[in-house]
Design a protein around this ligand. Structure first.
Ligand code: FAD
Length: 325
């Protein structure tokens, strides 16, 4: 139960909010869902939807400042790619930041409201993930081998840091995920983010050694579950919070949002600036594709109220049923 809660609520049975924990534990009973082409398929579907509604999606831009005048956001400064020398300004009526509170604070700089400043100073850092992205020959797995597994190697120590693992395999029917005769596999373990940055800054060789050690420990554990597993590997790509930061720009490479310990302490999308909202796994109800979608529906409704936009959902009652608050 604790391992299941950790991956869904970012905390264990002793601390999780009971209602949230009950919902999270029910997920496994309801079953998991796969989308053909995986997570990239969702991104592609969203892009097509935005474009079909007349919107535009810009790639390879990184926002580095939200411009505020007289207490309201007026747009963002962003830079394209790695080689551009100057920022470009994108004016905006409303800014929705798909970031952590720490990143939002950085973008707002001297305009960061007092409460946001206090929050980023006081809030405990969230979890990170150490991940192995693997290519595996399909004959590594026995027939009817389930696509998801949780492994706990040590029942007495805290979970995470290779002691609890979550394995996900691409479904056999999704041939887009790996070359013929192979399957894509991810293995993740919760990890504290700071240790990776400290090592990287102090001793890059020690950082590389720790990365190799975690990889080795995880592969050894899986080998016990699936004898001969290592011989079937065609690709091994380890990732630390530093890797996550490189690809997603999330503060210290944290993932998963905040531990869901109390409904009354849940992070709201409000930021202290009337036309800026947070969205994503930092706000209630937190992480997962379903979680961030529910949070985003609430934010979209809120923004529409502020901008007096006609609802885009044909069936408004459906949206209301989905909105938790
Ligand atoms: C290892 C792992 C496995 C997971 N497996 C599952 C799963 O099987 N099922 C499930 O439902 N959930 C899963 N999750 C959780 C899910 O991936 C997250 O909850 C979800 O991606 C969070 O969405 P988000 O929008 O908050 O953040 P993100 O997905 O991080 O999106 C934020 C986006 O904003 C971009 N961005 C950040 N800063 C800037 C900037 N300054 N300028 C421009 N762009 C910027 C980032 O590059 C990123 O694309 C998993 C998470 C991890 C880490």
């Amino acid at each position: 139960l604790d391992a299941q809660l950790l991956i869904s609520a970012q905390t264990t049975s002793r601390y999780v909010n009971a209602l949230y924990g009950a919902t999270a534990l029910d997920l496994a009973r309801q079953g998991v869902f796969h989308i053909e082409t995986g997570i990239g398929g969702i991104a592609q579907a969203l892009v097509e939807k935005i474009q079909s509604l007349g919107g535009d999606v810009q790639y390879r831009w990184r926002v580095n400042r939200i411009e505020v005048q007289q207490g309201r956001a007026i747009g963002v400064y962003a830079r394209r790619g790695k080689h551009a020398q100057t920022d470009e300004f994108f004016p905006a009526d409303f800014v929705i930041a798909n970031t952590t509170p720490w990143d939002l604070h950085t973008f707002l700089a001297e305009n960061s409201p007092k409460r946001l400043r206090q929050e980023v100073n006081k809030r405990r850092l969230g979890w990170g993930a150490f991940v192995l992205h693997l290519g595996v020959k399909s004959d590594a797995f026995p027939p009817d081998f389930p696509d998801h597994h949780q492994i706990i190697t040590d029942m007495d120590s805290p979970l995470g840091e290779t002691k609890s693992l979550f394995l996900s395999l691409s479904p056999t029917w999704d041939t887009s995920r790996a070359p013929a005769g192979q399957r894509a596999m991810t293995i993740t373990t919760h990890t504290h983010v700071s240790q990776w940055w400290e090592l990287l800054n102090r001793n890059p060789e020690a950082y590389a050694a720790k990365k190799a050690d975690y990889t080795e420990r995880i592969l050894t554990t899986v080998e016990q579950l699936i004898p001969g597993f290592r011989d079937k590997l065609t690709l091994v790509l380890p990732g630390t919070p530093v890797t996550y930061h490189f690809y997603t720009a999330r503060h210290l490479g944290m993932v998963g949002g905040f531990p869901q310990t109390s409904l009354f302490k849940a992070r709201s999308p409000r930021t202290g600036i009337p036309n800026v909202r947070l969205v994503g796994d930092s706000i209630f109800p937190g992480q997962s594709t379903a979680g961030v979608t529910l949070g985003a529906i609430r934010v979209a409704e809120d923004v529409k109220r502020h901008l007096a936009i006609t609802p885009i959902f044909a069936n408004q009652s459906q949206v209301e049923k989905l909105s938790w608050q």
